[in-house]
Design a protein around this ligand. Structure first.
Ligand code: SF4
Length: 337
């Protein structure tokens, strides 16, 4: 904590601490780099400064505010959490961990962060940084990918947390992991302020810790993506309300036969004025990789297919939030407003 007092990162959500600010920032930070969150956080809070404003936000506007962060399900869960806070907790973010865990999208880490940082309660918040630091400090060879390892380390932290400043304690561990005890064999042991207490350092075992079992290999999907253009419009589709990228806009795409897919959208070869390849792109999800091949089709007539929504191409980038999976194809419209 002495180290933290001198070296803590200056982050916007630390300048004006509240349970709402912690809920928003910690949700954004899940699986996203701090740099990407910095701009999005400020923009988000400017438009949605309160739990009530977030609960009432229109879905497209919410997704637009979330743009650049990916994993859009978090945005939807964050809004559902806000709605539950309004209906079940009188608009106040609860203090009790058991209540926090009822909120959609809030797991043990986020609940611990809110309870400790915003309310000063002695609750650990254990993320990947904390697990790595603890495994090295204690030369603990247990697999940190296993829930039981996380639980044991959480219990251990619960016992050693100070009575005061629990939020600083948790944030000190997070920052220390992010800035000194770095992942991938690159920790700054030579300048580390706790090297004298570090068992991994003493045992020359830093490179072997933490132990983490590899993730399952990702499934690969070959996808064809179509930019359907008619006059100054482009066709978008809404994804289903559940599953991957639920409820978001996308360019029509398929893993099936291209011709049959286009026919299902009412696009026939003879109605295409031009057919132009628009590049390949790859997007990696947690368990899945999309390998995409894009084609732009300029049509002579607008297909009458209800699943397609024809939007002004000049407004696509400004008004429609799309998953970053389509960033390559979306950039096509940056130069052609
Ligand atoms: Fe991490 Fe190295 Fe410090 Fe140990 S000595 S806590 S491994 S940075």
């Amino acid at each position: 904590m002495d180290w933290f007092a001198h070296h803590k990162r200056d982050l916007p959500w630390r300048r004006d601490v509240s349970a709402y600010h912690t809920l928003v920032s910690e949700t954004m930070l899940q699986q996203t780099r701090v740099e990407a969150v910095l701009t999005a956080y400020t923009r988000f809070l400017r438009c949605l400064p309160t739990v009530a404003a977030l609960a009432d936000c229109e879905e497209n506007a919410l997704y637009k505010l979330w743009e650049g962060l990916g994993y859009y399900r978090r945005a939807k869960n964050l809004q559902r959490a806000a709605q539950m806070i309004v209906t079940d907790f009188g608009g106040e973010i609860p203090r009790k961990v058991s209540d926090l865990l009822r909120l959609p999208g809030v797991g043990a880490y986020t609940a611990g962060a809110i309870a400790s940082i915003a309310y000063g309660l002695r609750v650990p918040a254990v993320d990947g940084n904390v697990l790595r630091v603890m495994a090295r400090l204690e030369a603990d060879y247990a697999d940190i990918a296993l829930p039981q390892t996380k639980q044991l380390l959480t219990d251990h932290l619960q016992n050693v947390m100070p009575a005061q400043n629990a939020g600083d304690f948790n944030q000190a561990l997070m920052d220390f992991g992010a800035c000194v005890c770095l992942p991938n064999g690159a920790p700054l042991c030579r300048t580390c302020p706790v090297a004298d207490y570090c068992l991994a350092f003493a045992q020359n075992a830093v490179g072997q810790l933490p132990v983490k079992s590899p993730k399952k290999t990702r499934r690969i999907e070959e996808r064809r993506v179509f930019l359907l253009l008619f006059e100054d419009k482009v066709a978008l589709r809404k994804r289903p309300n559940s599953g991957l990228l639920a409820g978001l806009w996308e360019f029509p795409n398929t893993t099936d036969d291209s011709e049959a897919f286009l026919a299902s959208l009412g696009v026939k070869p003879e109605t295409c004025r031009t057919i132009v390849p628009c590049g390949e792109a790859k997007h990696i999800f947690t368990h899945l990789e999309w390998h995409m091949t894009g084609t732009a089709l300029t049509l002579r007539e607008q297909p009458n297919q209800k699943s397609l929504c024809w939007v002004d191409a000049a407004l696509l980038v400004k008004d429609y939030a799309m998953p970053s999976a389509f960033a390559h194809y979306r950039s096509y419209f940056l130069d052609k407003p």
